[in-house]
Unconditional design. Structure first.
Ligand code: CMP
Length: 150
């Protein structure tokens, strides 16, 4: 299986509740390497752009309000099969339906407050990582062809 990168956001609900440490511990215990991290607050414009595929859905306005309500921790995670494996570790979108032991089951509350975001496929990971960290950050370390590691 190929080494991949994926993007996660630890969302405002988890930040507010003081769960950054617990969630990053779960991420590392499950074999993901954190290769980039940035703690920041979305503006309404940037949240709209990040979640543009959901524009027009009934929950979009609430999702934007929630996303800008406090800081998020964005991280680029690397491991074999990172995109699918991280989705498994997160659990279902709705915390009430997330499998026991997953991040959303443990730290999410009720939609849209589901503690974490994870890219849904490899092309989304590339797009989302590029949006926050620049294109270089989206390339797995084993595919980089010069000395700058990350
Ligand atoms: P995320 O994986 O970041 O992708 C889009 C987000 O929209 C999702 O997590 C939730 O926070 C939110 N969301 C998705 N579906 C709903 C819904 N039915 N009601 C409210 N919020 C939702």
């Amino acid at each position: 299986m190929a080494i991949q990168r994926t993007l996660t956001l630890i969302k405002p609900d988890a930040y507010k509740a003081g769960n950054i440490g617990n969630i990053t511990a779960m991420i590392e215990e499950n074999g993901f390497k954190i290769v980039h991290a940035l703690l920041f607050k979305f503006t309404e414009k940037s949240a709209k752009q990040f979640y543009s595929e959901h524009e027009g859905k009934p929950f979009f306005d609430g999702l934007l309000q929630f996303t800008v309500s406090d800081k998020v921790l964005a991280m680029v995670l690397e491991k074999e099969n990172a995109v699918a494996d991280f989705r498994k570790l997160m659990g279902a979108t709705d915390p009430a339906k997330a499998e026991p032991g997953t991040i959303r089951a443990k730290y999410g509350t009720a939609l849209p407050k589901n503690a974490v975001h994870g890219s849904d496929k490899e092309s989304s990971a590339k797009k989302e990582i590029t949006y926050i960290f620049g294109e270089f950050a989206s390339i797995p370390s084993n595919e980089k062809n010069h000395a700058k590691e990350y």
